[in-house]
Design a protein around this ligand. Structure first.
Ligand code: 5GP
Length: 139
């Protein structure tokens, strides 16, 4: 069973496609958080960023890089929030990697991504060192 986004790639369901190349495609979100809200996806189905092969990741970022100024300029936005909900617990509903480009306006009142969390976590220095080492050893 292919994802709804694969069905868009295949042209089986309609979408307002704004860019397409061999490996990636971008289209307007059907439930926009702001005018110009765009999704950028790899054409092949990968559930999470963690699953995307290196070469596809490069193509995906190149398309995001290309689309961010195009989207902002098209709707005269002041800025944009560019984000992946990476995994179900992070709010990902469609199990096919997608980057949200959400145009932002001075008066939109949505705040930074930090606003999703109640506040900063209190983590002591030893634990921070430990975490940094864990990440560094895997990067
Ligand atoms: P998620 O919550 O998985 O990060 O975001 C999924 C996004 O896909 C949502 O913003 C939702 O509005 C959008 N979406 C879901 N189904 C469709 C569809 O059939 N067409 C388009 N263009 N967007 C969709």
């Amino acid at each position: 069973m292919s994802t709804i986004f694969s069905q868009i790639v295949e042209g089986e369901i309609p979408a307002r496609v704004v860019y397409e190349d061999e490996t990636t495609i971008a289209f307007l979100d059907a439930n926009p958080l702001a005018p110009g809200h765009t999704l950028v996806i790899p054409k092949d189905e990968y559930e999470r960023l963690n699953d995307v092969p290196d070469d596809v990741a490069e193509d995906l970022y190149a398309t995001v890089h290309r689309l961010v100024p195009a989207v902002e300029e098209s709707v005269d936005a002041d800025a944009s929030t560019v984000a992946f909900n990476n995994g179900e617990e992070a709010g990902q509903e469609v199990p096919h990697v997608h980057c949200h480009i959400v145009p932002r306006f001075e008066s939109d009142g949505a705040g930074p991504i930090h606003a999703m969390f109640g506040g900063q976590e209190d983590i002591d220095d030893d634990r921070l060192d430990e975490i940094a080492d864990e990440i560094e050893s895997r990067a």
